[in-house]
Ligand binder design. Sequence first.
Ligand SMILES: N[C@@H](CCC(=O)N[C@@H](CS)C(=O)NCC(=O)O)C(=O)O
Length: 122
Amino acid sequence: MSLILYYHPLASFCWKPLIALYENETSFTPYFVDFGNDESRENFLKVWPIGEFPVLRDENRKQTIPQSAVIIEYLSLYYPGAKKLVPSDPGLALEARQWDQFFDSYVHIPTQKIVAKCLCCS
Ligand SMILES: N[C@@H](CCC(=O)N[C@@H](CS)C(=O)NCC(=O)O)C(=O)O
C-alpha cells in the first residue's frame, strides 16, 4: 500500500486527513503513533523528526507530507476521488482555507489543550 497515515486517535488534527481519506475511500495504512512505545515513537521520528502528527507518507511518490490541511490538498491533487476536497474555484478555495485556519486556531488547538490536560491528569 502506497499511503501511510501517521496519527493518534485522540489528536483532532489527525481527524481532518482521516475524514478526507474515508470520504473518498482512499486506500491507506493507518499507523498509530504510540509515544509510550519506544519502537512506535522511533519509527515515526525516522519519518518525521519534528514529531508532530498527522503525517502522510506516500511510498509511490517518495514524499512525506506533514500538516493536516496540506495533506488534504495533497490527496486532492494526487489521489482525487468522487468527493471534491478542495473547490476548483480559487475564491471558494480561499474561503475553504480561511475556515480551515479558523477551526485550527479556535477549535483544534483549544481541543488539544483539553486533551493534553486530561491525559496528564489520568
Ligand atoms: N498545524 C499542525 C498541527 C498538528 C498538531 O498540533 N498535532 C498535535 C496533535 S493534534 C501533535 O502532534 N502533538 C504532539 C507533539 O507536538 O508532540 C497540523 O495542522 O497538522
